[in-house]
Design a protein around this ligand. Sequence first.
Ligand SMILES: [Zn+2]
Length: 173
Amino acid sequence: MNLVKRTINLKTTVKNSIERHPVSVLGIDYKVKIVYKNIKITELDVENRMIKISLPNRYKKMNNKEILDLAIDKMYEQIAKVEIERAMEKTRIMVGFAPEEYEIKKMKTLGKCQNNKITIHPEIVKYNRKVIDYVVLHQYCHLKHKNHTKAFFKMLEKYLPDYKKCEEILLNI
Ligand SMILES: [Zn+2]
């Protein structure tokens, strides 16, 4: 009896799961697996190289692209809070000063520095930590040098001698 039940459950699980394009987190590609479960709200788990998104059964017949994009967005935001805080603190200690405030916000660019305030795009956490640190340092340099002058790049190079490698990674994607 138990065995029969288990077989049926297995079949159901396979039938109800769909695959999605890989999602990059801190420079590592994760497969995304979607499963439908008897739950009320969407759940997201990260295990090994897999992001598992569980959706309530009632979503089964719907086009779930938007819901999935939202779940991934939320995940990026949560990781960004921790990662950007880490990079901000690391850079503050390294350069010896800090912006008046910083914000994590979606915008056209990955980073912005305006009126002593640094803004970082949450999706920066798609890239590895070195690139995240570069984008944060880049904005810190703008606190001292508004434009991309020689002095700006000199400061960037002082704290991150191979910053050009990070720029290349960002340009190539
Ligand atoms: Zn810049």
